[in-house]
Design a binder for this molecule. Structure first.
Ligand SMILES: Nc1ncnc2c1ncn2[C@@H]1O[C@H](COP(=O)(O)OP(=O)(O)OP(=O)(O)O)[C@@H](O)[C@H]1O
Ligand SMILES: [Mg+2]
Length: 369
């Protein structure tokens, strides 16, 4: 449905800055996919969307929509924006305050160069789109009389009114409060599934990305770090950056002593050895990071040995906070502060010596970022 083939768009660098943009983006999306680009501010998410929409011309690469090139740097092809049949919701959702709800949503049809619409067709399409976003009957209202969440839906109705095959959404929920945001998240996902539309969604909120997406690209400084399902990204992060960006994690630096993928030994500070898991066999002598999620560590008293097959590190509790469903600890192990989440049934007070235990499969060996 949408294919990006080695697409780059790099802006000239300012003083003492790296040149912003996106580099060598490669994606291939099946029809109906909900695809999310996730990454910190300035990593190139909006740039990529603008390239797909036709608001920005890439330096190189190819973009194919439904098998047809809409951009091809080498062949000199660039289909103008209004002929790409793409709907877009902008980061600031850009509702026109002087227009009614109806006029806002009808706008793309009225100015369409690709197709002429009759008044009756426009009427039908706008009412249909408003119905879909739950704003049936709001057409005559002035756009400014609506709440933030309702304005958000107008922006969405306007993006889908011409029935695009592809919908681009740039942080569409970022201006909403937490409750509304969660509601809209579910609604947006339902809408996308119902319309069978392919969506490219942009966010820097990892929970949102995990909850909504079929596939995610994690981007850092213009480079795609990993492209995969939410499960892939969470459980099999490609490197330290991805592991740290998606959910909380502890990274222990150490030296690999080699081994087959499912039984790698890593020596961390103070000569302590732990058994870990990697995606491939490991060579000896390399510096690696080991990612251990806070929820995969079990705490016990310093003298207890819970499970002989697990790795066992000794540390001292620095702080403990009650978060309702879990206790959150910061435990000092050597010179490293480790985060641990555990069952509130048992509590270790600050200062106590504890044993941190985790299964080898929960220590993931990652390339150093
Ligand atoms: N027109 C431009 N000229 C020069 N640099 C630009 C231009 N547009 C964007 N950049 C730079 O390119 C980088 C990526 O910008 P982009 O807007 O794609 O980031 P983003 O991932 O959408 O960030 P955010 O989450 O803050 O919206 C930034 O460093 C930005 O400063
Ligand atoms: Mg942006």
């Amino acid at each position: 449905m949408l294919k990006l083939d080695n697409v780059s768009k790099v802006y000239p660098a300012g003083k003492n800055e790296y040149a912003g943009g996106i580099r060598n983006a490669d994606f291939n999306l099946e029809p109906g996919t909900f695809f999310t680009m996730l990454g910190p501010s300035g990593c190139g998410k909006t740039t990529t969307l603008r390239c797909i929409a036709g608001l920005e011309e890439p330096d190189k690469g190819r973009i194919l929509l439904d098998g047809r090139p809409i951009f091809d740097g080498a062949a000199g092809v660039s289909v103008p924006m209004h002929r790409r049949n793409i709907g877009m919701v902008f980061q600031s959702y850009a509702i026109w305050p002087h227009m009614s709800v109806f006029e806002n949503v009808a706008f793309p049809l009225k100015v369409s160069k690709a197709e002429r619409y009759s008044t009756a067709e426009i009427d039908k399409a706008v009412h249909g789109a408003l119905e879909v976003v739950g704003l049936g009957g709001y057409g005559a209202r002035s756009a400014t009389q609506l709440s933030g969440g309702q304005q958000q839906r107008i922006a969405l109705a306007r993006a889908i009114v011409h029935r695009p095959k592809l919908l681009l959404l740039d942080e569409p929920l970022s201006n909403l409060d937490a409750t509304l945001r969660e509601g809209m998240r579910t609604e947006l996902k339902r809408l996308q599934t119902e319309l069978g539309i392919t969506a490219v969604y942009v966010t820097h909120d990892q929970t949102e990305a995990l909850a909504m997406s079929d596939v995610i690209a994690v981007i850092q400084k213009g480079h795609v770090q990993q492209f995969g399902t939410p499960q892939d990204i969470y459980f099999r992060p490609a490197n330290e950056f991805v592991a740290g960006f998606i959910g909380h994690t502890n990274i222990l630096r150490g030296k690999s002593l080699g081994g087959s993928a499912d039984a790698v030994t890593v020596e961390i500070g103070g000569g302590v050895r732990i058994r870990c898991h990697a995606d491939a066999d490991q060579r000896s002598g390399e510096t690696v990071g080991v990612s251990i999620r806070p929820e995969n560590i079990v705490l016990a008293g310093g003298h207890e040995v819970a499970n002989e097959n697990n790795n066992r590190l000794i540390g001292r509790v620095g702080s403990v906070s009650f978060l309702g469903n879990v206790l959150h600890y910061v435990v000092t192990v050597g010179d490293q502060a480790m985060q641990v989440e555990s069952n509130p049934d048992r509590r270790f007070e600050p200062g106590s010596e504890v044993a941190l235990s985790f299964a080898p499969r929960h220590g993931r060996v990652l390339p150093v970022a």
